[in-house]
Design a protein around this ligand. Sequence first.
Ligand SMILES: O=C(O)CCC(=O)C(=O)O
Ligand SMILES: [Fe+2]
Length: 165
Amino acid sequence: MTRSLGLEDNCFSDLYGNMDIRFNLYPPCPRPDLVLGFKSHSDSSLITHVLQDKEVEGLQFLKGDEWFRAPIVPDALLIIVGDQVEILSNGAFKGAVHQVVIHPDKERISVAAFCYGESYKIEPFERLVDESRPRLYRKMENYGDIFMENYQKGRRTIEEAKIYV
Ligand SMILES: O=C(O)CCC(=O)C(=O)O
Ligand SMILES: [Fe+2]
């Protein structure tokens, strides 16, 4: 990813600070058309590693206005680009919007490991901002905290970070 931006190999991973791990349990629901296991969101992290259930699908990604299912690949870790990489890369990568749907009669489990930056402040890499690529995101502080508040209200925090040029 970094090479495709002309940056040094470790410039994202050098920023890693905390990792939060979440164990998700999605009980079955006889009316999966009426509920979601996880409503539509992008992650506040730099990147997220997801270990999916070995048998029950549910994770979906938004492209355009269509949802695409993430297939099960046994024992594979799925990598999701988070909002903080969107900001650092000045929009070259996008925080992937995803949701989880529920199975009518099978439980699903997953484990998500969120890698966060060590610093509370996050802004685009200077080297990715110039006359031909204007700065598209403000410097954000305490992204994770703002994120939770917004998530509960159904808002995307990345929208607050965007500068419209
Ligand atoms: O359950 C999954 O596959 C993904 C969970 C997720 O999106 C999250 O924990 O942020
Ligand atoms: Fe997520």
